[in-house]
Ligand binder design. Structure first.
Ligand code: THU
Length: 135
């Protein structure tokens, strides 16, 4: 699937962001190797700590349905409009590390379907600790 189409889906996913505290709305679209796309938004909580990022929502939806192999993820974020490229937080990078090959998995940080930055997980999480380290 083209990056443009994946970003369009992340933009749709962002509409469901539940953000009464930060008002920072994030949407993610995760493409699995079987071609299916899993959408996620951030979901905040009055207790703050239980809040979940858009990226992890997408990953956990997929993994909870038996899908564990992924190609790329598109991320969009912003309070009102999507104004900046937003990179995944450290916790989300670590979750990606669990299921993705760091040199191959692509993270697309987008301002619009046409305007985005693309980096591999290895670039975003150098020397990442993952399942291979426990093998
Ligand atoms: N957030 C995400 O969902 N993904 C990111 O990549 C960065 C941060 C969320 C968490 C919280 O709901 C809000 O954005 C502000 O940190």
């Amino acid at each position: 699937m083209e990056n443009k189409m994946l970003i369009q889906q992340a933009i749709k996913a962002r509409e469901f962001a539940y953000t009464p505290y930060s008002h920072f709305k994030v949407g993610a679209a995760l493409l699995s190797k079987n071609g299916k796309v899993y959408l996620g938004c951030n979901i905040e909580n009055a207790g703050y700590t239980p809040s979940n990022c858009a990226e992890r929502t997408a990953f956990f939806k997929a993994v909870s349905e038996g899908v564990t192999e992924f190609e790329k993820i598109a991320i969009v974020a912003g309070k009102e409009e999507i104004e900046t490229y937003t990179a995944p937080c450290g916790v989300c990078r670590q979750v990606m590390m669990e299921f993705c090959k760091p040199e191959e998995f692509k993270v697309i940080m987008a301002k619009s379907p046409e305007d985005y930055k693309e980096m591999t997980l290895a670039e975003l999480l150098p020397l990442g600790f993952g399942p291979d380290d426990l093998a």
